[in-house]
Structures are given as structure tokens and as C-alpha cells.
Write a protein of this length. Structure first.
Length: 252
């Protein structure tokens, strides 16, 4: 292990293996760890606010029901996305960026979600939020997306931001030659996809980001094969898996 280049560790949806995903508590606990950074998903509320939320509906992770894009931000704020003992409010992207000001060395990977009703608006609003925060040229901000259109938008409008195209698992069937329809800084296949299509490791000289890596065996495979960044629900497990590696070998 001493000769390996250890992947950078990113907390997937915050420290979601131990805390409700995408909550302030999950992000706070992740940011306290000696890791590279955090990952979050964003989508739009009905009134156009950029909210930190993964699913298209609130049913799975809150005490409410309904589609995110059919609810105003004020309605979303009334929901509990934490636990009964520790209630949490749905965050907006501005709040998460403010939280990260206390951790200037940490990076954030923002995945923009693309409901048909809005088209590119989620990308436009996300970039507007980053500009307002003075982060539209930050090397600590990365945009990841399953949408080539989103990657092209950020490449054109915010060329200083690092982008990753996330390969869908179904692309193993219809995109067998790994064609690219945008020019990202890196590729982000799921771990299962990456292990089957090893040619995606460092594809075209690009950096490799993979998800969701949750076991020590998977983590060591990523180190063995030169993956640059891993997204994990369990950043504490990743730290333990790589604890024998000298500090000089740690990526970044």
C-alpha cells in the first residue's frame, strides 16, 4: 500500500452512513473529518430556489409527501428530513456554501438534477448561486452531472469550475464505446460500471471519480487501480482503510 496513490475521500450526501442524508448534521459531521470534501445533490423548488435534495419527491426522506418541484421553499422548510429526536430542515444551496466557509480547505461536489419541467434552469440557478457566493471560479467547487448538456453549460459559462460526467449504469448497454458528448475535466462512472469497463480508469487522460464506495475491499480496489476520487457514505471507514498509507502517498 505504501506505493499507492490514495483516492481523495468525498462524503456522499454528507456523512450519510451515520446521519440522515443531505442534512446540516450530516454535512457538519463530514466536514469535521480529515477528508477531501462533501457531495450534494441540488434541484429546484416550485418558486425557483436551489434546494439540497436528492429525490424528485420528499416521500422517502422526510415526514411529508409530494414532489419537490411542486412545493415552494417555505413548504419544504416545514418538513423534517432528520429524525424525531433531532429534526432537520431541508437546506438551500446558499446555506451549505455558507457552512463551508468555516472549512476553507474542503471541496464540494455539486450534482445538478434535471427534472424535465425545468430543463437547464437548475444549472443556471446553481451557477447564479455560486456567483453570488463568489465561488464560480473556485478550485474547491466541482460540478458533477449525468447530463452532458449540464456539463457543456458549465464548461461554457464557468470554465474555471471542474466538471465530471457521471456515466449511467445503463450506458454499459447503449454506449458500449464510451462516447462523450461533452468535454468534462473528469469522468464519474459508478463503481460497478468502472470495474466492468476498466478502460474508463483515466479515460482519455481525464480524472476518475467513482461512487458509491462503501466497503474496505472496494476502497482498496480504487487505490490499487488509481481512482482519483471516491464518494462514500462512510468516510470514516475510508479513513480507516487507508490509515496504513504514509501521508506522502495521499492524493492531493
Amino acid at each position: 500500500m505504501s506505493e499507492l496513490r490514495v483516492p481523495k475521500i468525498v462524503a456522499h450526501r454528507g456523512f450519510s452512513g451515520h446521519h440522515p442524508e443531505l442534512t446540516r448534521r450530516a454535512f457538519e459531521e463530514a466536514l469535521k473529518l480529515p477528508i477531501h470534501g462533501i457531495e450534494c445533490d441540488v434541484r429546484l423548488s416550485r418558486d425557483g430556489r436551489v434546494v439540497v435534495f436528492h429525490d424528485s419527491s420528499v416521500n422517502r426522506t422526510t415526514d411529508g409527501r409530494g414532489r419537490v418541484d411542486c412545493m415552494d421553499f417555505a413548504d419544504l422548510r416545514r418538513l423534517n428530513c432528520g429524525t424525531a429526536d433531532e429534526p432537520q430542515q431541508i437546506m438551500c444551496l446558499e446555506e451549505l456554501l455558507e457552512l463551508m466557509q468555516d472549512y476553507p480547505d474542503k471541496h464540494i461536489y455539486i450534482e445538478t438534477k434535471h427534472p424535465t419541467i425545468y430543463g437547464p434552469e437548475v444549472d443556471e440557478q446553481t451557477l447564479r448561486t455560486l456567483r453570488y457566493a463568489g465561488l464560480h471560479e473556485s478550485e474547491n467547487v466541482h460540478v458533477i452531472s449525468f447530463s452532458h448538456r449540464a456539463v457543456r453549460y458549465f464548461t461554457r459559462m464557468a470554465p474555471e469550475l471542474e466538471t465530471f460526467y457521471l456515466f449511467r449504469l445503463k450506458e454499459m448497454r447503449w454506449n458500449k464505446k464510451n462516447h462523450m458528448f461533452s468535454r468534462p475535466y473528469g469522468v464519474g462512472p459508478a463503481l460497478q460500471h468502472l470495474q466492468i469497463r476498466r478502460e474508463l480508469l483515466g479515460y482519455r487522460g481525464l480524472r476518475t471519480y467513482t461512487w458509491t464506495v462503501n466497503t474496505p475491499r472496494q476502497m482498496r480496489w480504487c487505490a490499487d487501480n488509481g481512482v482519483d476520487v471516491i464518494a462514500t457514505d462512510l468516510p470514516d471507514v475510508a479513513l480507516a482503510a487507508f490509515e496504513q498509507v504514509p501521508a506522502a502517498a495521499v492524493a492531493g
